[in-house]
Design a protein around this ligand. Structure first.
Ligand code: NDP
Length: 285
């Protein structure tokens, strides 16, 4: 029997934990955690993501603010805003919605956000801490995947894990988290040779390539856990990177798209924001 890992239900539980944590934080510290989302330009998809993040944060009791800057905003202008937010005691989490329009560049932005408020976990400080195995804000998607694996009772120690994709926001931090959990990890990418054979060796297969239904049933080892991070808009609707029907015939456990990793990414932004608030006041509850 294949287990369908219900990311929607698990994310609901995570949100409820965060709401409890927010209430306890407010009680102990006399203020609620604050999240600020910055959008540069008027990309409609970014607008939707920003609105969802604000609603999510408000729903669990946080103070959430959105700041919209015009396309053409310079790095110096954005830096000034980031400095102000860094100095603002009521702001615990800062995120800049990606992608950003020119002349802005993501690496400069990631480097500018104070690590303690970098709730996306993209800053060099947080990436470095994750690499070193020190406490850090972990990017929301791989953090959410680790929770899915834990909730599905997937034992990682000693297993063979394959991560397809090597981006800074998903593939690389995913690999680091799996290594930290004592899996033996291989990271695959667009230049990997004979990917189907490599994938078929995986006890745990995490796919974040952005290629609709690339992973076919015969890429999946019998009984493997398959985590599909991909979200691809196609003429047939939203598709993952895994051909779900084929893969679920062989997988022991698998995430659907939608309803798998996506809700966890949203929920872990809230987890990171509450953690940022706690860290800033030295509250390790
Ligand atoms: P990127 O485009 O930054 O990275 C994609 C990675 O996949 C690259 O490392 C690339 O290799 C690799 N890749 C691309 N094509 C192939 C292929 N044919 N075979 C093997 N590897 C391949 O994407 P992201 O990491 O940002 O996102 C990946 C997917 O996950 C997307 O569908 C995205 O929408 C989704 N996503 C979903 C989230 C969620 O919450 N569900 C959150 C974040 C992302 P190379 O480095 O060689 O180019």
């Amino acid at each position: 029997m294949t287990t369908i890992i219900d990311g929607k239900a698990i994310a609901e539980a995570v949100r409820s934990e965060v709401a409890d944590g927010v209430a306890a934080f407010a009680e102990a510290h006399g203020r609620t955690p604050g999240l600020v989302g910055i959008q540069v330009g008027d990309d409609p998809a970014s607008e939707i993501y920003q609105r969802m993040k604000q609603e999510d944060a408000e729903a669990c009791g946080m103070v959430a603010r959105r700041i919209q800057l015009p396309a053409g905003t310079s790095q110096a202008e954005l830096d000034q805003l980031l400095d102000e937010l860094d100095a603002d005691a009521g702001v615990d989490g800062i995120l800049v919605q990606l992608p950003v329009p020119e002349p802005l560049e993501e690496p400069q932005i990631a480097a500018k956000i104070a690590a303690v408020k970098d709730v996306d976990g993209f800053s060099p400080g947080n990436v470095g801490r994750l690499l070193r195995g020190e406490p850090a804000h972990v990017p929301c998607t791989p953090a959410g995947v680790m929770r899915l694996l834990s909730e599905a009772d997937v034992a990682l120690e000693g297993t063979r894990a394959v991560v397809i994709g090597r981006s800074v926001i998903v593939g690389k931090p995913m690999a680091l988290l799996l290594i930290a959990a004592n899996a033996t990890v291989t990271v695959a990418h667009s230049r990997t040779k004979d990917l189907p054979a490599l994938a078929a060796e995986a006890d745990v297969l995490v796919v974040a390539a952005g290629r609709a239904e690339m992973v076919r049933g015969d890429w999946v080892k019998e009984g493997a856990t398959v985590i599909d991070v991909g979200t691809n808009r196609t003429d047939d609707g939203l598709k993952g990177d895994v051909a779900f029907d084929e893969a679920s015939e062989r997988a022991g456990a698998i995430t659907p798209v939608p309803g798998g990793v996506g809700p966890m990414t949203r929920a872990y932004l809230l987890v990171n924001t509450l953690a940022a608030a706690r860290r800033r006041v030295g509250d390790d509850s």
